[in-house]
Design a protein around this ligand. Structure first.
Ligand code: MRU
Length: 356
């Protein structure tokens, strides 16, 4: 698939996780899904940073796109200040301090920082940042469709796919990563059904993946995380697709906590386990999984389900938001530039070179 090839434009009617209109950023509030579909308006970079931290918006590619618009908001806020560049850099730092694992955040901010550095006037910078943010969003959607096309070839009609967390449209600019092959396969007329892990503690699988697939007409069955291995043993799963927050140069992959257990179970049962991620998620600066930064979040996420306390007050809690799946458990990494196979050091470096 070349850069200018026509690719099927499925997903145009999907719910938008974010959009930018007339100087305002709109984010779909993912903390209240599936109960309410509500967009929140953002006009400052600080509010945007808070939205990323509190997971109003989440999923590595969606975080990157949102941060890019956060910088646009900063430029608009400080357009009339003499030291506008310095003020924008401060906002970029605040945006970067929100979530440490998703590399798309830093990738998008680096692109925006370059625009600021090269700018000559405040209004010129604001315009150029808006164009770049629009480009980042459009590229993300295009990359999603490309991953979908590559991944769909691996799905046989009648297949059962297992996924973890939400790496669908909601986690990206529009069309998803891990769910993109499913959507592309369905668009080609294949019959596909999905098993969605509920994904403790934030329940992205139950709240978001189940909702999103139902909205988009794809049959989905919800299971709790501890059911995945048994369902594989029952022979109900043909293939696993998961997303990624950051992929090291050797293919070790950081993704939502619980992904590693799914990979182990898939290996045991001889089920192919694919990571689906755009080239913007590959971080060649990180050599192996041991260097991947893993976010730890608050104890409340584990001790409360919604507002209900399920553990004794004061209990010790460990809450890593992500884990690392070693490359040896990964059958392939589906990127927008093709499917990378072992040795990943070579195949990932190759697709990174061809990046947008
Ligand atoms: O904590 P979250 O909800 O931001 O974590 C999301 C994931 O782990 C996704 O699998 C990953 O970001 C890829 S999204 C296309």
């Amino acid at each position: 698939m070349g850069k200018n090839d026509n690719i099927a434009k499925w997903g145009q009617n999907f719910v938008k996780p974010l959009y930018f209109r007339k100087g305002t950023l709109f984010l779909l509030d993912q903390t209240i899904l599936p109960h309410k579909v509500k967009y929140i308006r953002y006009t400052t970079a600080r509010q945007t940073a808070k939205a990323i931290k509190t997971m109003i918006v989440r999923g590595a590619p969606a975080i990157g796109c949102t941060a890019a618009y956060g910088v646009v908001l900063a430029a608009r806020q400080y357009q009339h200040r003499k030291n506008y560049k310095e003020l924008i850099y401060r906002e970029i730092d605040a945006l970067a301090a929100t979530r440490p694992t998703a590399v798309n955040l830093f990738w998008a901010l680096r692109r925006q920082r370059l625009i600021v550095e090269q700018g000559r006037t405040a209004s010129g910078v604001a315009k150029a940042l808006t164009l770049e943010a629009n480009r980042i969003l459009a590229e993300d959607i295009d990359m999603g469709r490309r991953m979908g096309e590559y991944g769909a070839k691996l799905i046989k009609t009648g297949a059962s796919v297992l996924t973890h967390c939400n790496a669908g449209g909601l986690a990206t600019g529009l069309v998803g990563t891990a769910l993109a092959p499913v959507y592309a396969a369905v668009a080609r007329g294949k019959k596909v059904k999905v098993y969605a892990d509920e994904t403790r503690p934030r329940l992205q699988g139950a709240r978001l993946t189940a909702w999103e697939l139902m909205q988009n007409g794809v049959p989905v069955t919800l299971i709790t995380d501890n059911m995945a291995a048994y369902i594989m043993q029952l022979g109900k799963i043909d293939i696993v697709f998961v997303g990624a927050d950051r992929i090291a140069a050797n293919g070790d992959t950081a993704n939502k906590i619980g992904t590693y257990s799914v990979a182990l179970a898939a290996r045991h049962h001889g089920i192919p386990f694919y990571v689906v991620a755009p080239t913007s998620t590959v971080d060649l600066q990180i050599r192996t999984g041991r260097q991947l930064p893993i976010e730890e979040r608050s104890a409340d996420e584990v001790t409360l389900v919604g507002k209900t306390r399920i553990a004794p007050r004061g209990v010790n809690v460990f809450n890593p938001a992500f884990d690392v799946t070693p490359a040896r458990l990964v059958t392939g990494i589906i990127t927008d530039r093709g499917v990378c196979r072992r040795p990943y050091r070579r195949s990932l470096a190759k697709v990174k070179k061809e990046e947008f």
